[in-house]
Design a binder for this molecule. Sequence first.
Ligand SMILES: Nc1ncnc2c1ncn2[C@@H]1O[C@H](COP(=O)(O)OP(=O)(O)OP(=O)(O)O)[C@@H](O)[C@H]1O
Ligand SMILES: [Mg+2]
Ligand SMILES: [Zn+2]
Length: 480
Amino acid sequence: MLARAVTHALVGLESRRVEVEADVSEASLPAFVIVGLPDRACAEARQRVMSGIASAELRFPKGRVIVNLAPAALRKEGSGYDLAIALAILAASQQVPRERLESHASFGELALDGRLRRVGGILAVAEGARRSGLTRVLCAREAASEAALAGIEAVPLRHLAEAVAYLRGEGEPPPVDDAPPPPAEQQPDLADVRGQERARRALELAAAGRHNLLLAGPPGTGKTMLARRLPGLLPPLTPAEALEVTRIHSVAGVLSPDHPLVTRPPFRAPHHTASTPAIVGGGPSVRPGEASLAHRGVLFLDELAEFPRQTLEALRQPLEDGIVAIARAGGRAVFPARFQLVGSMNLCPCGARGDAALQCTCSAQRLTAYRAKLSRALLDRFDLVVTLPRSRAVELAAGPGESSAVVAGRVDVARRRSRARRSADADELLGRAVDRVPLSGRGRARVARVARTIAALAESPYVEAEHVAEALSYRGAPHE
Ligand SMILES: Nc1ncnc2c1ncn2[C@@H]1O[C@H](COP(=O)(O)OP(=O)(O)OP(=O)(O)O)[C@@H](O)[C@H]1O
Ligand SMILES: [Mg+2]
Ligand SMILES: [Zn+2]
C-alpha cells in the first residue's frame, strides 16, 4: 500500500516541494529504509518515527516499509521531515485517511515519545505550502504563529496522536492561547551616556546613513554602551523588511515562538570566540550566520581586534555586496547580509593607551601585531572612526545627555530627505582629499555618502564643503 505526505525542503531561504512516499508491504520480511538523499539527521528519523508511532499508541506496520523522499536529487537536511514520514507510513498502513493527508503540508521533528518539536525554517515551508495550494500546515504548536506569517492556516500540534486525530476528523487540536503582549521594549537609552560628544555625533550619523562605525579608546569610556544604543536610534523595519528578516531568523531557528515577526532592526553581537562560519554563514548545514541575522540591522563586533583575522577578512565581501554566498553541494546558497558594522577596540592590547593616567605595558611587537589585525582593506570600510578620550570625572558627573527618542526623531527626518547634491566647493574639497589623505575610490565614495548624511541631518539643500570636511575627519586609523 502506497501513501504520500507533502513537505518542503529548505534551500537557502527558499523551499521546494518534497513528496514523502511510504510503501508498506506487510507480507514481506521486516525492514525500514529511507531513501532519497537524506542527510544524517534526516536518516535518523527512522528511530524517532518508530518510537514516536509506538508512543502514540498507533501501530508501526509489520513487514517492509520503504520511504522515498522525492525529488531524489535534492538533499534533505535536518529533522523536519519526521512528521511527514510518520504520517505517510500511518496512511500507507491505513491508520489515517490518505487524501486528507495529501492536501496538507507536514513539518516538524518527533521526540521519542511522539511529541512534536519546532524546527527552524517553518516560515519558508509554509510559504511553499501556500504556493502549492495546500490547505493547511501541520506543525508543532510552538511553530504555529511563525507558520501563520506565511498567510496559510497552521494546525498547532503537541503530539503525533493529535495530528492523527485531526486527520481522522476526530477533532480540531486545541487552539493556541493568545500570545501574551510583546514584552515592553527594554532598549538602553542614550541618555545614560555622559559626555563623549564626538562619539555620540558619530553614532547619530551612523544611524541616519547606515554607516559603519568603529569606536576606539581606552577601557571604560563607553564604547560598548554607545554601540548597544544604536538599534534604538534606527527606524522600525517596513512590513516587507520585517518579513525578509523574519525569514532569515526562521531558517536559523532563533525566533520567539510567541512573537515571531521581527519588526525592529536586529542587533547581533557575536563573541570573538565564535567560529567564522557562525559569524559569516555556512558550515555543513548551510545556515545563515550572524552577518545575515544582522541583515537590515547592526552587527556589533565588540573587541574587534580579538576576532581572528580570517573572520574579519571573510566579512569584507558581505560588507561590499550585502550578501553571503555559500558554496554547497549542487550549487550555492545566497543569504542577504546588508548590515551595519560597528566595531569597538582598545588602542593597544593592554588597553592603557589613550589614558593619560595609565602606563602602556605592550611591547612594540605586540602593538604592531594588534594594529595589523585591522587590515587597510577592512579599515577602509569603516566610514566613521572615532577615538574616545578617557571620560573626565566632570563629564561623568554631568547631567544626562539627549535621549534616544530625541536623536531617533532627527534620524527619522534625515532619512526621509532626498539626496542632496554637492556644491562646487564641496566637490573641490573632496577632489583635493583624494590626493592628500589619500582616499581610495571606495574611500571617496564613502566620504561622499557620510557628507550627504551630515547635510541631511543639517536639513541643508546642498552638501557643502563643511559637510565634506566633517566627513573627512572621521576617516583613517584610530589614533591616540
Ligand atoms: N561616557 C559614559 N557615560 C556614562 N557611563 C559610562 C561612560 N563610559 C563608561 N561608563 C560606565 O562604565 C561602564 C563601562 O563602559 P563600557 O563597557 O561602555 O566601556 P568600554 O569603552 O566598552 O570599555 P572596554 O574597552 O573595557 O570594553 C559602563 O557600564 C558605565 O557604567
Ligand atoms: Mg567594551
Ligand atoms: Zn598597551
